[in-house]
Design a binder for this molecule. Structure first.
Ligand code: MN
Length: 712
């Protein structure tokens, strides 16, 4: 068993001035916290944190990382250990590392599907504020995989799959090739035991067979390099299991058909020599042009640099060469971890933090050769918004834009879940619907089939799916209300005319009128009535043209009756219940206009715009304060003058602009003036001032229009 002193000796080799006391203290603390635990192997639990710290020392990590490696399971396993306790004893830096590790270990990985795995990886990266947390986590996983034989078979498979899907790719992204290879190989051992055993045997056999081939090549290379005065370290080996296995699966070939199973590595002093060596190899044997890769001039995003080439060696056997400097080799083996080397008294300062952010970005951006789509995904996240990763109660990870709310989450599950979302629980606690989700949270959506989307949700949702679905619903709801209102208006108008609305509906008469207005069905006609585009009277006139004349006088009578009701046509009058209201023809007031009421004896109240020139200020006792009741407005007529170019089709363009804003045109006229200009007059029905503004804007947008004004 390794002891504290073994680790200290190791650290002393690469960092003699280190604070060894903190390592001793962490060791003692961890031993005490885990004193009652045993591993599945029956050994004391402490072996695990020591081995993790030992791996970190082999990686030449800083003292804080090694101490955190010793302490990494204390917070989770020992009820007596608290964050406060740790930071009192070991300071904030080490405590933050342990806390980060504890957070990751609490994530429950359930799904192993490929698209989910990528989300898990991103989630971990988003959660890790200090990249050392990830390195310690990988060391932890390495040791767990090395000792997995004691786990139950089901656990072995689950852990191995998780390692293959999540941790090996992370090791690759960090550029730590030895970790990536070991994690892949040990995963294969548990996921495909038969394949693994067979491969192990065959590789051992191949190694034996290749021994002569390997030493022959090394000899030839060494001789030629010495001849050219190049000092180099040359080695040859068989590739690791998982990469052989992947090649077999990907190309669907047998082990025997893989020719480039042997890889040689040549390490030299500097970059120029790398290219010299490459030239020498290429004069010795014929290269396969498609297999040459220059990762020195174009390094991989994980900082990997090397020249790769495959040649047809002696006896026609393929041999792959990796040529790099000693320094590049260290980065290839240690990746990000190389960053901590030789940094005495290493402290995470602002510069390093920036580097960490840069690194995080690089990791995000890294192009995975196996899956080019992944690269695009990463870029997407980076460009549009930072993402947040949350869990569903079944353990699926959802990726949402930053600032997303439970409503966004609900819609990302299913539109129906979104439509019926009444609330949410985050990590078991109720939160408001506008709550902003955070990384790693478990979100449970609460629904009710009586719930409906709400216009107000638009103010805080982040995803376009939620936005679209809410808008769709609001539109549909408006349609439904228009139909309801249209039906009510028709029913009233019919009964006033002593006619049966239901009969008109049943006998298809409504449908026929709808067709006359080029509407698809009776409901659309009702909606049009509800929106004030068509009046109920118009509908009756179409069905019973014979009633037209007498109805006219009746209509007037009707108008009077209607006007005498309070709050009619959207006007509220203070203190007076029963008064006739009409709108002045001189200024055509619109809901939203500043208005006054003028009392005319025997004619009730006339509503004028306050700035109308007919408003007589000297007669103030005859004026009443009135205001708009904007919820009950109906259509109002207003005159608009449009100055424009006199071109063909102008009137059509203008009419189209008006009707796209859902305003009815009561009349239109056009006068041409000299020099190719025209003046159009429209009488348009609008709901209120806001509506008029939109109509005016639409008219202004028509090509050739100079000026749009409302005429009093
Ligand atoms: Mn552990």
């Amino acid at each position: 068993m390794i002891r504290a002193n073994d680790i200290i000796d190791k650290v002393a080799e690469y960092y003699p001035a280190a604070d060894f006391d903190i390592i001793r203290k962490a060791y003692a603390y961890s031993a005490y916290a885990h004193r009652n635990q045993v591993r599945l192997s029956g050994e004391p639990y402490m072996i695990h944190p020591i081995e993790v710290a030992n791996i970190l020392a082999d990686m030449k990590m800083d003292v804080s990382s090694i101490a955190a490696g010793l302490l990494h399971d204390t917070l989770e396993d020992d009820p007596m250990t608290s964050i406060e306790d740790l930071s009192l004893r070991f300071g904030d830096e080490i405590t933050a590392l342990v806390e980060g590790l504890t957070k990751i270990s609490k994530i429950k990985f359930k799904s192993s599907r490929e698209h989910q795995a990528e989300n898990y990886r991103k989630m971990i990266l988003a959660m890790v504020k200090d990249i050392r947390v990830l390195l310690i986590k990988l060391a932890d996983r390495i040791h767990n995989m090395r000792t997995m034989e004691f786990q139950k078979p089901a656990r072995q498979i689950a852990i191995a799959q998780e390692t293959l899907d999540i941790y090996a790719p992370l090791a690759n992204r960090l550029g730590i090739s030895w970790m990536k290879q070991e994690l892949e190989d040990s995963s294969l051992r548990y996921l495909q035991p038969a394949v693994y055993r067979e491969l192990k045997e065959k590789v051992a056999q191949k190694e034996l067979e290749s021994r002569d081939f390997i030493s022959k090549i090394i000899k030839i290379v060494q001789r030629n390099l010495t001849h050219n005065h190049i000092e180099a370290q040359v080695s040859g080996r068989l590739k690791h299991f998982y990469s052989i296995y992947r090649k077999m699966v990907r190309r669907d070939i047998a082990f025997e058909q893989i020719y480039d199973i042997v890889a040689f590595r040549i390490l030299v002093a500097d970059k120029a020599e790398c290219y010299n060596v490459l030239g020498i190899i290429h004069t010795l044997w014929r290269p396969l042009p498609s297999r040459f890769k220059d990762f020195i001039s174009v390094p991989k995003a994980n900082m990997y640099q090397s020249l790769h080439t495959t040649v047809i060696g002696p006896d026609g056997r393929y041999a792959e060469f990796q040529i790099r400097t000693f320094e590049m080799h260290q980065i290839a083996e240690l990746g990000i971890a190389a960053h901590w080397h030789y940094k005495e008294g290493y402290q995470l300062d602002d510069h390093d933090r920036k580097q960490m952010d840069w690194l995080r970005q690089m990791i995000e951006w890294q192009q995975d050769v196996d899956n080019p789509g992944e690269f695009l995904d990463s870029v997407k996240i980076d460009l549009f918004s930072e993402a947040v990763y949350v869990f569903t109660p079944t353990g699926e990870v959802k990726e949402l834009p930053n600032g997303s709310t439970p409503i966004d989450m609900a819609y990302s599950i299913h539109s129906k879940v979104g439509d019926q979302c009444t609330g949410a629980k985050v990590n078991g606690k109720l939160v408001p619907l506008r709550y902003q989700l955070k990384n790693g949270e478990m979100v449970e959506i609460i629904t009710s089939n009586r719930q409906h989307p709400n216009k107000d949700w638009l103010a805080f949702v982040k995803t376009s799916k939620a936005r679209t679905k809410i808008r769709q619903w609001v539109k549909k709801e408006e349609e439904r209300r228009s139909i309801e209102l249209g039906r009510e208006l028709c029913e009233k108008a019919f009964s006033r005319a002593k006619l049966s609305f239901n009969q008109a509906l049943k006998t298809g008469k409504m449908q026929a009128v709808a067709a006359e207005f080029s509407l698809k069905h009776a409901e659309a006609l009702l909606a049009a009535v509800g929106r004030g585009k068509i009046s109920a009277r118009q509908v009756i006139n179409r069905i019973y043209p014979e009633l037209r004349k007498p109805a006219k006088s009746k209509d007037k009578d009707d108008d009077k009756k209607r006007s005498s009701r309070p709050a009619r046509d959207g006007i509220s009058i203070k203190d007076i219940d029963d008064v006739m209201v009409r709108f002045a023809k001189c200024c055509n007031p619109l809901p939203g206009d500043d208005v006054v009421g003028f009392i005319t004896r025997g004619r009730g109240l006339t509503i004028h715009r306050r700035n109308c020139r007919h408003v007589d200020k000297s007669n103030s006792e005859r004026y009443m304060d009135v205001s708009w009741n904007l919820e009950q407005t109906t259509a109002h007529r207003v005159k608009i003058r449009v100055m424009c170019e006199d071109v063909k089709g102008m009137l059509v363009s203008l009419s189209t602009a008006i009707s796209t804003e859902e305003a009815n045109i009561a009349s239109a006229s056009l006068k041409t003036t000299i020099d190719q200009k025209a003046v159009c007059f429209f009488e348009v029905q609008v709901r209120d001032l806001e509506h008029l503004k939109r109509v005016k804007l639409a008219l202004r947008a028509v090509k050739g229009v100079y000026q749009v004004t409302r005429v009093s």
